[in-house]
Design a binder for this molecule. Structure first.
Ligand code: ADP
Length: 499
């Protein structure tokens, strides 16, 4: 491996912008790729060069291996960063990059392949003496055998796809009668989503915490962990708020979970940034869930409490450099929280809310970080994951971090499309959240009202639009032609959805 000079970023949105920023700081040139829907996207503007790779659907663009390799060749890129999602955990893509003698900024294709198969990952973790979520380590094929396995585990159980991810191919089963259908449905979904129909059973824990450990390894076999992220605040088994540290860990438990995560990474000769996910249940006992072989959406909270730039470190390690620290050099300081801001409408079941962002104002202030893939005027296409931006704060303790996040959310304005800003503030201020009493059913159990309070925000929005029209900073408002009257625009975009 040699020093990386030019990185092709095989992604879009906030993570592409994040990677491009790291490249700039390190004097590395960056190449953006984009679909026809993303010609004006922020990641395209931020990169040194950009290559159009295909039509809007991701299968014809961001998932198109040949087009990505051709873009790397034509621009002379020597490395590819996959970000998260898209091809980040596709071992075939990583293998192709290796075969092309380009540097894949991530682990070996072999490590991705092993961990991408949840059954194989479970086997590897078990062999490394790491406790697993109780359940099967072979695919369930025979219904009679599966029923016996479920009885032995005790209901509820969860049917999971071996090739699964993104919450797809999972079914919770509460009674023996429901098992056969659940297995069939999960298997069908797994076949169509991952071209792999294999499913298996796990014990389903009631209200566990999702606590994951960030690991990092270099090519020389040095492996460290960078402590935990608490990711229990989830909707439909997808994370929406993450923090570090977790209120559930003692130093002793943290050390044990960290060691377990390092063991899993060592078992696949891991390289680069990875995350070992665990379920944590009262006892406390922790169980290996899966390993994600990429940078995570929620990596910034780890950066905030450790002071380590994980993306820059990915680039260094991929260039063959050793880790610049040992485990003993690392420590967690203060508290960090991240809120994911999606283009979605909390008031209508969190349906995607694509469209043009007429105006966006990012929050500012000490220890406030806004990782965004969009700006005023950006169009949010319907084709991709609807993440717009992530708001991350740091403070010396959790109480202050919550207050800072609340203030930062208050300052955040996104007009033209729906986003869960008000909803996030309600979650943060909920007494159970404030108490740190979290589990994966938190949002379901507390049933936080997703409708907007409305008027105050609207008044603020109108004022902002009015100011933009009256000649605010050139880049801060929608174009004049889009604004017959700020109230009219609001009526169209904001009041339209209110009853
Ligand atoms: P995916 O790879 O599809 O994201 P995971 O295995 O990482 O699936 O699980 C996603 C989420 O589903 C977890 O964070 C947790 O909320 C829930 N979950 C998964 N397995 C179990 C289980 N055995 N018991 C309880 N909850 C689970």
């Amino acid at each position: 491996m040699s020093m990386i000079k030019k990185v092709l970023v095989a992604n879009r949105g906030e993570i592409a912008v994040r990677i491009i920023r790291a490249c700039r700081e390190m004097g590395i040139r960056s190449v953006a790729v984009h679909s026809e829907a993303d010609g004006e996207a922020l990641h395209v503007k931020e990169a040194d060069e950009a290559v159009l790779i295909g039509p809007p659907p991701s299968v014809e663009s961001y998932l198109k291996v040949d087009a990505l390799i051709a873009a790397a060749r034509s621009t002379g890129a020597d490395a590819i960063h996959p970000g998260y999602g898209f091809l980040a955990e596709n071992s075939g893509f990583a293998r192709r990059v290796e075969e092309e003698q380009l540097t894949f900024i991530g682990p070996s294709s072999e490590a991705i392949r092993k961990m991408g198969d949840k059954l194989m990952a479970r086997k590897i973790a078990a062999e490394a003496d790491v406790p697993l979520v109780p359940g099967q380590t072979l695919a369930a094929t025979d219904p009679v055998e599966a029923a016996a396995a479920a009885d032995a585990l005790g209901y509820p159980v969860i049917v999971k796809a071996a090739g699964g991810g993104g919450g797809k191919g999972m079914r919770i089963v509460r009674t023996p009668a429901a098992l056969p259908d659940a297995m069939q449905e999960a298997s069908r979904e797994a076949r169509s989503s991952f071209s792999d129909p294999r499913v298996y059973l796990e014990k389903y824990f009631d209200r566990p915490r999702h606590v994951e450990i960030q690991v990092f390894a270099d090519s020389a076999g040095n492996v460290v962990h960078l402590f935990e992220r608490e990711c229990s605040v989830q909707r439909r088994h997808q994370k929406i708020i993450e923090e570090s540290p977790s209120t559930a860990l003692t130093p002793e438990l943290r050390a044990r979970m960290g060691e377990a995560a390092v063991k899993v990474a060592r078992a696949v000769e891991y390289r680069g940034a990875g995350t070992v996910e665990f379920l944590l249940v009262p006892g406390p006992r922790f169980y290996f869930l899966e390993m994600n072989t990429r940078i995570q959406v929620e990596h910034p909270v780890t950066e905030m409490v450790t002071g380590v730039d994980l993306v820059a470190l990915q680039l260094e390690v991929a260039s063959g450099e050793p880790l610049p620290f040992t485990q003993a050099d690392l420590c967690q300081s203060g508290h960090s929280i991240e809120c994911r801001l999606y283009a979605e409408d909390p008031a209508s079941g969190f349906l995607p809310s694509p469209g043009r962002i007429h105006y966006m104002r990012a929050p500012v202030g000490p220890w406030v970080r806004f990782d965004t893939g969009v700006e005023s005027g950006s169009v949010v296409p319907i084709h991709y994951d609807p993440i717009l931006a992530k708001l991350i704060v740091w403070a010396r303790d959790r109480e202050r971090a919550i207050a800072r996040m609340d203030q930062a959310l208050k300052e955040t304005v996104i007009l033209g499309i729906k986003s869960p800003i008000t909803y996030m503030r309600k979650v943060l201020r909920h007494r159970a959240f404030v108490a740190g009493d979290l589990h994966t059913e938190f949002l379901k159990e507390h049933d936080i009202d997703p409708t907007e309070e409305g008027d105050l925000d609207l008044a603020l929005a109108a004022a902002v639009l009015w100011k933009a029209r009256a000649g605010g900073p050139a880049d801060s408002g929608p174009s004049r032609s889009e604004l017959a009257s700020p109230w009219q625009t609001l009526g169209r975009w904001e009041l339209g959805g209110m009853r």
